[in-house]
Design a protein around this ligand. Structure first.
Ligand code: SAM
Ligand code: SF4
Length: 444
């Protein structure tokens, strides 16, 4: 029996695509391998949002050349996803031992491409667009209790730094009924939490004139009976009052929002083409906190965008401190060829960007720690995710506010048996990036 291994880089969208890639391969009778070294088919599902992801991919693909020259010439190596879409046949210039290249719009073609590559010649197919959602393909889900569900693909926003619209194409929304039917089937299959995925979920339905928008979708998803609903990513300019109201009224929608701000300076926000000001961002945060008291908030921030001065950066620190995010993902700007920002003059030097990044990282760590300290003593409803990464005697669980909690596996139980169950947990200690807890009285 042939085996496969899928290595995923990048965002949740890619993780979801990888489950579909695995589903297609399993449908053809392949079984999952423990490592790339033992697999007959190795698929790299790639990301090119920042240069580091790009470099890591080509580094890892190159290191597999030894596998082919060292006695396993029949191993098939496939490169798909965002780098496949962007580089097409040029992937072979970097890595001539690659057998299959496919893009973001034609995951469904992978089995046919693998067949073609068995003849010994590289099989390459990259489409400019397509109307298939990964969610419509067979799936080998990573988790029995959680599922990613794609609701939009592509992006129409064209932020000046971002390669996503180039490699993922224009935004398209899935039909509401398809999303709801998929989630109803997942619930029947034991799934308790779904994460709705899109580059900008808030604009769901905009391309389907007269059809329901995101707030209505959220309510329809809740009506399936799914216990927990999360979604990513939200764009501040499209976060509507209707969506905030749905978040406030529907108990299954978790009281947590990831709302990328990217920068704190109005001048840089305009140069980034984000189409909101810091004042408008503050107003959205206020609306969220008024409607959903205690909501936790995270964000994405880019440091070192071309032309960023020390004053601009001070605006970022000021905004982050004023909002008091519970968590933030921070990035040093990485020029991406073909994006409008890549040709801007006034690059911030690597040293300056790194120094600013370090200052921001310290602030984010302090905020995250204070946010966690405020949880100590509270009893939170937690979904058990399974064993913690480091210790099978410790459970990893998630509060509805999206905080990670570690707690001991109860005597006589196994972490994997408990995954997907919900319990009340008392928070007993805070750490910068996680909490520790114990089952509340009366619970296990
Ligand atoms: N669509 C989402 C949004 O609008 O926030 C996320 C897209 S992107 C895959 C995830 C994050 O990567 C962005 O929010 C941004 O902070 C960061 N990012 C995108 N392009 C970047 C670049 N060229 N350099 C550094 N960070 C970048
Ligand atoms: Fe990229 Fe902006 Fe679209 Fe997000 S909204 S994917 S950052 S272009």
């Amino acid at each position: 029996m042939k085996s496969y291994f899928v290595r995923t880089f990048g965002c949740q969208m890619n993780k979801h695509d990888s489950e579909r890639i695995a589903g297609l391969l399993e449908q053809r009778g392949l079984v999952v391998a423990d490592s790339p070294e033992t697999a007959d088919v190795i698929v790299f599902n790639t990301c090119c949002v920042r240069e580091t992801a790009d470099d890591r991919l080509y580094g890892q693909v190159s290191s597999l050349k030894a596998l082919k020259t060292g006695g396993r010439p029949d191993v098939i190596i496939a490169v798909g996803g965002c780098v496949g879409q962007r580089d097409g046949a040029d992937v072979l210039k970097h890595a001539p031992h690659v057998d299959v290249v496919f893009g973001t719009h034609n995951i469904h073609e992978l089995p046919a491409l693998l067949d073609a590559a068995e003849s010994g010649r590289p099989a390459i197919s990259v489409l400019d667009g397509g109307d298939r959602f990964a969610s419509d393909l067979p799936s080998a889900r990573d988790s029995a209790w959680h599922a990613w569900v794609s609701i939009t693909v592509g992006c129409d926003n064209h932020c000046a730094y971002c390669i996503v619209p180039t490699v993922r194409g224009p935004e398209r929304s899935r039909a509401l009924e398809d999303v709801v039917d998929e989630i109803a089937a997942l619930v029947a299959d034991g799934v308790v939490e779904v994460t709705l995925l899109g580059q900008n979920v808030n604009s769901f339905g905009r391309d389907r004139y007269g059809e329901p928008r995101f707030a209505e979708l959220l309510r329809a998803v809740a009506a399936t009976g799914v216990r927990r609903i999360r979604f990513a990513t939200s764009h501040p300019k499209d976060l509507s009052d209707d969506t905030i109201l749905a978040m406030a009224e529907v108990p299954a929608i978790m009281p947590y929002l990831h709302l990328p701000v990217q920068h704190g300076s109005n001048r840089i926000l305009a140069a980034m083409n984000r189409r909101y000001t810091r004042e408008q961002y503050f107003a959205r945060i206020e609306a969220l906190r008024t409607a959903i008291p205690g909501i936790t908030l995270s964000t994405d921030i880019i440091v070192g965008f071309p032309g960023e001065t020390e004053d601009d950066f001070a605006d970022t620190l000021d905004l982050v401190g004023r909002v008091g995010f519970d968590h933030a993902f921070t990035f040093i700007y990485s020029p991406r060829e073909g994006t409008p920002a890549a040709v801007l003059p006034e690059m911030v030097t690597r040293e300056v960007a790194q120094e600013r990044f370090d200052r921001l990282a310290t602030l984010v760590r302090d905020l995250s720690f204070s946010s966690n300290e405020r949880e100590v003593g509270a009893v939170r409803s937690c979904l058990i995710e399974g064993a913690s990464r480091r210790d099978t005697a410790i459970l990893a669980a998630r509060t509805s506010h999206n905080k990670l909690v570690h707690l001991p596996v109860p005597y006589g139980m196994r972490a994997d048996e408990m995954a997907g169950t919900v319990h009340d947990v008392r928070i007993i200690a805070a750490h910068p990036w996680f909490l520790t807890g114990e089952f509340a009285r009366g619970q296990r």
